[in-house]
Design a protein around this ligand. Sequence first.
Ligand code: VGL
Ligand code: ZN
Length: 200
Amino acid sequence: MRVRDELKLGAGDALVLVDVQQDFLPGGHLGVEEGDRVVPPLNRMIGIFRNHGLPVVATRDWHPLNHCSFREQGGPWPPHCVQHTHGADWAPELALPEDAMIVSKGDTATQEAYSGFQGTDLADRLHRAGVRRLFIGGLATDYCVLQTVLDACAQGFDARVLEDAIRAVGVEAGDADHALQQMRVAGAKLISSQDLADAN
Ligand code: VGL
Ligand code: ZN
């Protein structure tokens, strides 16, 4: 089968936007370098999925003030994406559809959840909607995108990662590459949003 045919969207496909939130944009409490650059390609993908009548899922980090991942509690991160604060809001330019499936995670003080599947009903909701293939982009490549992609593969979804619509929080050279490698090993395929747009 030609690559184009393989990227033709249809029933069973869904778009997953991972944590495209204020605190992960440059200037946010856990700003990802170039994190804002994921928004234009993701908006383009949103338009395409909507045109095809396909589901759009948006995960969000949704932490209580005393979340275990915060440094004050002995965790690795500065406080970020605190429930009902500006930092937890969607990126202002993100064209999130009204009927997007919103999945909040990490909303219990004692539990970290990098993956959108962890401690949520995401898998159930996707299965009930007949979704089998996920196109995934967002923030950050080496944490929440990585773990969401790995869980998607483990749960039997066909995972496609939008490689130009993700950015890494890790500053070490190789953090992003290592994450991409793990995704490939798990069975995910990397594609460009341009290729997906061209095929649809
Ligand atoms: C994330 C670190 C802490 C992410 C969330 O969305 O990748 N990273 N919490
Ligand atoms: Zn977090």
